[in-house]
Structure formats: C-alpha cells, structure tokens
Write a protein that binds this ligand. Structure first.
Ligand SMILES: Cc1ncc(C[n+]2csc(CCOP(=O)(O)OP(=O)(O)O)c2C)c(N)n1
Length: 636
C-alpha cells in the first residue's frame, strides 16, 4: 500500500462522483496530484508513463462531469488509464502495479466495477462503446456512454469500422479522440495528417453558452434528426471547415480543444453529456505532459523501467542481447545484402527491433500503423509481386490478422516470413499480451512452416533460413527478453523439418520447443543427480516436426515429456501425442507440459512460469514423478 497522504485531495476521491461538487480550483488540485502520483509511483514500479501523463485532465474533467455510475466509459487499450484507476479507488495499490497478484497495467472487468471495458490491444473501444449504447437503447436506460481512443488507435481498422456504423445506429454516444500525434513511435498515415489539419483550426475555447444555446433551442425531434443537428453544431464551432471527415460520417465534431485546459474540458464535457446523437470530441494532448524529458521524447518514455525522477533519465536496460535485437540486427544485415527484403511492422518499430533498419534502409521498411490485418495482407501482396517481406509482429497481435494469414497468405501459399516476438509468457503486460496461442493458430494451417529457436544464436540462423525459404509462408516464434545461455555451444545447422538432439539418455525423452529447450536442459541436469538419464531434443520445427528423430528417441525411452510455452489445447504436445499413438509409441507414460486452459495474469516471467509449472523445478519434479511414481520406488 502506498502512503496516500502525499495526495491530500486525491486520496479522498474513491469514486468518480466524489469529484462532483468540487470547485474548479479543487479539481485542478486533484489533477496535479494525479500527475504527481503517476510520477512518484510509476518511476518506482515501471509501466506506461507518457500516455498517462497525457490523460490527466481529460480524465478528471470527464469524471467530474459525467455520472459514473451509471455512465459508462470505455478506454481504448487501457495503457493510458492510470488516472482512471487513481480516481476509482486504486490509488493506494499503485505499488503493486503490473506486479504478480497486483493491479493490472490495463483495465480488467474483473479488477473493478469501474473498468467497464477490458483491453490491452488497441482500437476496440469505439466498437465496444457502441455496443453498450445500442444495448442501452434496446434494454432501456439513461446512462451516457463515452469511448476514448488515441489518434494511433484510429489507424486500426476496427475503430474506423465503428465510426462508420455509429450514425446509422442513431444512438447517443460520446467519442473522444485523444490526439497527441504519437503512437508509441510517431503516428503514421493520412489520418494523422488530417488530424494535423484539424489541429490548425481555431481552438474551441468557450463552449458552454454557445452549445447550451444550440441544445436548448432545438426541439427534440430536430435534435433527434441527427444529421441536421450535428451539422448545425459542427458548423457552429467550426464554420470555416466543411466536409470534415467526422461530419461526413454523421458525427457532430467538436474541436480541437486543449486537452490540458481543465476549464475548457469541463465546459465541453458538461455540455456534450447533454447532447444527443454521436459526438466526436477532438482533444489535443501532449504525451508526457508535465515531465519535460518525456514531453520531448515521448517515444522513449512511453513505457518505462523504474527510474530516478530527479535525474530525468531512463536507466539503460543493459544485460544480455535480446531476441528482439537479434531480429533487428540480422534482418538489417540480410536486407543490406538483398534489396528485395523488406521489413513490415504494425506500429511497433522499437518493440520488434526494426528501428535501426528503418533509419538505415528507409526504402525497405514499412510502418503501416496499428493495422495488423492490413500488415499481413500487405505482406502477401509484396510477396506476390516478388519482394521478400518480413512481417515482424508480436505473437499476440498476429491474432488480429489471423484470417489474413489463412486467406491471403496460406491459401495462396505466398512466401511471407513472420517473425513473432513475445511468444510465450511476456510478464508484466499480462493476459492480453501473452503469446499463448500462436502454435495452435498457425500449426493448423496447411502450407505454413513453423519453427522456434532454442536461443538467440539459433534465432539468427532461423532468420537466415526463413528469408531463404521461398516455398510458402514460414513463421518463427521467439520469446520476450534474452536467452538462457545454459545450452552447449555446439550446434547443428538448421535443416528443413529437422530437430537437434542435444543429449541422449534412456529414462525420459524431453521433447522441447523454443524457449523450453533451456528449461528442459536444466531439469535434465538436475535429475541426473538422482541417477535419472534424459534425452533432450530441441524440436526446432513444430510444423513439420521431425518424426524420425522423435520416433528414434522415444522408442529408446521409458517415458516422454513434451514442453512448449503455448496453451496445451491445440499445442505441439497434442500433435506429438497423436503421432506417438499412431506409431504405437504411446505405450509409455507421456506428459504434456505447456500453458493451462485459463488466461494467465501479469507478474514477472519467472513468477508466471512457476505458477503454470513451466519452470525448471516443476519440470524436474514431473520427470521424477514419471520415473519414481511413489517415493523411493523405481518403477520404470
Ligand atoms: C492491436 C495492437 N497493436 C499494437 C499495440 C501496441 N501499442 C500499445 S499502445 C500503442 C500506441 C497507442 O497510441 P495511441 O492510441 O495514439 O495512444 P497514446 O499512447 O498515444 O495515448 C501501441 C501501438 C496494441 N496495444 N494493440
């Protein structure tokens, strides 16, 4: 529990309606205390930083003017909703932010009754809020519905799909566009230029009377007749701008407004709450607001590790070379040698390791925005016309482009190379970000080859292998962070569909995939002290897996353990078990180790591996239980 006495007014706000009745001066103080609390606490725990400093006034103003409950607020992604958490009774828990069993870094419907919408992936809030509004209209209710999304979230197709649907539903809803001109990196695409154009218009400063006039003097049926009313309001505030995109979509557009000017925000929101139809409030904010270095370099300060706030610098992460860096470096080297290689990211140049490549080879680099579906099909087009696309993407975000992988890549058998970072448990980002499903969702697809390296050196080899492979789609999955360097340095070259047998032993065959190879190796060493001998197989390929190596090693073993950092349902273990049955090799005990059939929350990777039984100790005890089912009795 943090000491909340440093925030005398904020600590008294336990729910949004506690803000009602406070003077504007007091609301200003609450906002200042929220900003201070973000700095004090996120600098200790790490977490999303710049985005949250940018939403302080927006949140205070919204919660001071809307009535929550019953009103509903849907935050997009949720990485900018720490002020929301602080105003909904969770200030004292900020020392547990993103920690094991602590509060999540995103919104979770299970965490708080005020988290109306859970997220982690971007661009969902507008759709969800429309669902809330349409359900209210059908079920009967008076609550207002608000959705807040960043400018980069609008590069995601789903947000635009929702806006396209909004006016047609003829429902009352407030969309807020939190425009800070940034994604994690600079925002991309034509919409961002369009927003810049809107930003250049005179800012709305005095909304209250004008808007009230409009609302009060329009008879209800006219107000309900959405188009006329909306255009009326829009033109009231922005007479010089016609044909604005939002207007054309049938929304009333109000903006741009200063997203840090509490007075303006309070005026606007208290009036917009009374408006009918779909309204878009365009608020201009500054990512990192109030912490100078973060304002200047919001990209670096988007997400932070613990830092000393007085020093104004982010400690360097140091340590072993990450998988992400190896991807970036290797692809850069290959792309320099071969100009037909192109790298594609969906708004994650830093996270996927492509930043250096983007600087050195800008013509061989594409950032398509938060648009994973488009990224995949764009790569399919690039491949169809003869380039060699590397689609660099997190495992969790490729979920969004799955139909595109099936329909546009696999069915057409196009040689798109997928490099899936953050496969397995990612740690503090939690359930929405774990790469828990990709083995299943890719293994089932005809034509697609799927592999995973045992360490970073092998990743580099697999990248070379994948970029040279041109017979169809191929995907390499690798985990967050750096590799465990426990494995022997001797290596065999990557061969299509071939595993690498690292160690042979007669008792238990450990068939391990990707990140689990090192864990299997450590567990095998551990049980050796009990006289138990294991084979350790680095499977390398999940599809096609090496039936010969598996047949050979298993037939010499008394028991089998399959290990993967993926849900067991649809995982590689299930496929191997089916194979062993077909081969008549399932007559010995076979254990499948992987992620259980539930969503895993946040925590350090170590804590989470221990929780799900994928740490070295759990694997070793599984091996012992196979060899000695009852204490002291060797059955096998
Ligand atoms: C589908 C998806 N792709 C990528 C991400 C990674 N991501 C997290 S926040 C973010 C940038 C969001 O920018 P914006 O919506 O403008 O909000 P801001 O941080 O600027 O407030 C990205 C790309 C994600 N969360 N979801």
């Amino acid at each position: 529990m943090i000491d909340t006495s440093a925030y005398p007014l904020l600590s008294k706000i336990l729910k949004p309606t506690d803000l009602h009745g406070l003077t504007r001066k007091q609301l200003r103080q609450v906002a200042d205390e929220v900003r201070q609390a973000i700095l004090d606490n996120v600098s200790k725990t790490g977490g999303h930083f710049a985005s949250n400093l940018g939403t302080v006034e927006l949140t205070v103003a919204l919660y001071a003017t809307y009535s929550i409950p019953p009103d509903i607020v849907c935050w997009d992604t949720g990485h900018q909703a720490y002020p929301h958490k602080m105003l909904t009774g969770r200030l004292s828990q900020f020392d547990t932010l993103r920690k094991y069993k602590g509060i999540s870094g995103f919104l979770r419907r299970s965490e708080s009754e005020y988290d109306h919408w859970g997220a982690g992936h971007a661009s969902t809030a507008y759709s969800a809020a429309l669902g809330f509004a349409a359900a209210r209209d059908r079920l009967g209710g008076e609550e207002r519905v608000v959705a807040i999304a960043g400018d980069a979230a609008l590069t995601g197709g789903m947000a635009l799909e929702a806006l396209n649907n909004a006016a047609q539903l003829n429902t009352d809803i407030t969309f807020v566009l939190n425009d800070n001109q940034m994604s994690i990196a600079e925002n991309v695409g034509s919409l961002t230029h369009y927003f810049a154009k809107l930003r250049s218009r005179p800012w709305v400063q005095k909304v209250e009377l004008k808007l009230k006039d409009v609302v009060e003097h329009l008879p209800k049926p006219v107000v309900r007749a959405a188009a006329g009313f909306r255009h009326g309001v829009t033109h009231y505030f922005a007479p010089e701008e016609t044909g604005a995109l939002f207007e054309e979509l049938g929304l009333a557009y109000i903006g741009p407004i200063d997203g840090h000017n509490l007075d303006v925000l309070l005026d606007v929101f208290s009036n917009v709450r009374e408006m009918q139809g779909a309204v878009m409030v365009h608020a201009i904010t500054v990512k990192g607001k109030g912490y100078e270095v973060a304002e200047k370099d919001a990209r670096t300060w988007h997400g932070v590790v613990p830092f000393d706030p007085s020093k104004c610098e982010m400690p360097s992460s140091g340590g072993a070379v990450s998988y992400t860096k190896v991807l970036g470096d290797t692809l850069l080297t290959l792309a320099k040698e071969d100009p037909t290689i192109v790298a594609v990211t969906a708004a994650m140049p830093d996270g996927t390791g492509l930043t250096q490549l983007s600087k050195e080879l800008p013509d061989q680099y594409f950032d398509v925005g938060i648009a994973e579906q488009h990224a995949v099909t764009f790569c399919a087009g690039l491949a169809a016309r003869g380039l060699k696309p590397a689609c660099c993407i997190y495992s969790t975000f490729l979920q969004r482009g799955w139909d595109q992988v099936v329909h546009d890549v696999a069915i057409q058998n196009l040689p798109v190379r997928f490099f899936m970072d953050r496969a397995g448990l990612v740690g503090a980002d939690g359930a929405t970000h774990h790469g828990a499903f990709d083995i299943g969702y890719l293994r089932m697809l005809p034509n697609l080859v799927l592999l995973a390296p045992r360490d970073t050196t092998e990743l580099a080899e697999m990248i070379r292998f994948a970029m040279a492979y041109d017979k169809g789609p191929i995907a390499v999955r690798y985990p967050r962070g750096a590799a465990d360097d426990v494995l022997p340095e001797s290596r065999t070259p990557i061969e299509f569909g071939k595993a690498e047998v690292l160690k042979e032993g007669g008792d238990v065959a450990l068939l391990a995939y990707g990140s689990m190879v090192a864990t299997a190796w450590r567990a095998a060493q551990d049980v050796e002290s009990d006289g138990i001998t294991c084979s350790v197989v680095n499977l390398r390929f999940a599809k096609p897996f090496d039936v010969e190596a598996i047949r050979r090693v298993v037939s010499r073993s008394k028991a089998v353990v399959c290990l993967e950092e993926n849900v067991l349902a649809t995982g590689l273990g299930e496929a191997i078990l089916a194979f062993l049955h077909r081969e008549g090799l399932a007559d010995r005990p076979v254990r499948l180790m992987g992620l259980p059939d539930r969503f895993i929350e946040h925590g350090s990777q170590k804590e989470l591996w221990a929780e799900v039984g994928l740490d070295e100790e759990s694997v070793a005890s599984q091996i012992r239980s196979l060899v000695r089912p009852r204490a002291g009795r060797r059955l096998l």
